[in-house]
Write a protein that binds this ligand. Sequence first.
Ligand SMILES: *Cc1c(COP(=O)(O)O)cnc(C)c1O
Length: 424
Amino acid sequence: MPFQPDEDFAAAMDAGDPLRGFRERFFFPTPAERPCVYFCGHSLGLQPKTTADYLKQELRDWAELGVEGHFQARHPWMPYHRLLTEQTAELVGAMPIEVVVMNSLTVNLHLMMVSFYRPTRQRHKIIVERGAFPSDQYAIKSQILFHGFTPETSLIELTPRPGEYCLRDEDIDAVIEREGDTVALILLGGVNYATGQAFNMARITQAGHKQGCVVGFDLAHAAGNLQLHLHDWGPDFAVWCSYKYLNGGPGCIAGCFVHERHARNWELPRFAGWWGHDEKSRFAMGPEFSPMPGADGWQLSNPPIVSLAALRASMDIFHEAGIARLRAKSESLTGYLEYLLRRRESPAFSITTPPEKERRGAQLSIRIAENGRALCGRLTQQGIFGDWREPDTFRVAPVPLYNSYQDVFRFVEALAAALGLQPA
Ligand SMILES: *Cc1c(COP(=O)(O)O)cnc(C)c1O
């Protein structure tokens, strides 16, 4: 349906939205008198109203059962992480054996690099996008140094053409083709956190594998945002956090994907811990490590049940809504945001996220020409939440689970007023 610029249109779109009921299942912050517009789901997703009940169940079982909770809890803690396996696999387009929830994102990134970044004198480079999230840059550089190489000679940063903000597929292909036989690992974000650009993961994986490179993705901004088909796309591994689009709560336990082709590759080196040990003999407490097949075999510790419980609350909602329906709404919602912004075209701002829906997720990155930080602060005081990144970028994400077309309308009105733009 073609978009229309008036608020009635937004209201009509909301009325016809099959997912509209999900909004009621989340708590919204209340900083101002007016209801807030929360476009920060790319940083910290909102709290489902059911999360507390999921947590209380585990606290009650712990209080009443003590150590017996491992086996006697309503959801026994011993196999608890597996309550998340099916839904996680469904969310990222994987087989159950390929996914596990464990640790936090940067930890998982390191664990994956321990197994999948195996530099040799000939093949030691890592390809990453320039301006990757700092934690990824630190993790990657420290891995290079750990292996006795240096970032100066072992790190290749994909850089947009002069005057452009995003990478072109053909330029990524060209670097992989040119550098391929010296590259050990290609590690990109599924969606770049700063620009909101979504990468063509199938194409990159194929290009990388053709050159004999290992391929991994950081899906921090893609999980719960894009529709993913990790098994079919075929990367060797992927990692993500669950407090952004996945609404697991601050610092919530993270996710990890290891492709099935590595599920029984016992030759792969890995950092081991007892929870990755074959569960049949885990409690024999023997001295030799014998890993579980699949992603489970990379676990280190018995997991934080309270964190897993919070993630279950959210994943149950995702399962109900369905990522395909969410993505369909998301494309429309972000398209509407872009449409309204373009009607207010002005030198005061520009959109740096790609216009094609295949090349972005929910987020739009808006460059503010002047005094953006102060503007962002004023909007927050009015209850309009986005994320400011120095030096000039306002990142906003209408999230299909809990944001509405009227949110988008109100956001653009507030931004236009803050920028002093004339009515459209
Ligand atoms: C949010 C984010 C992180 C954060 O890492 P944690 O280990 O969860 O603190 C790392 N990398 C990317 C790309 C991110 O977007």
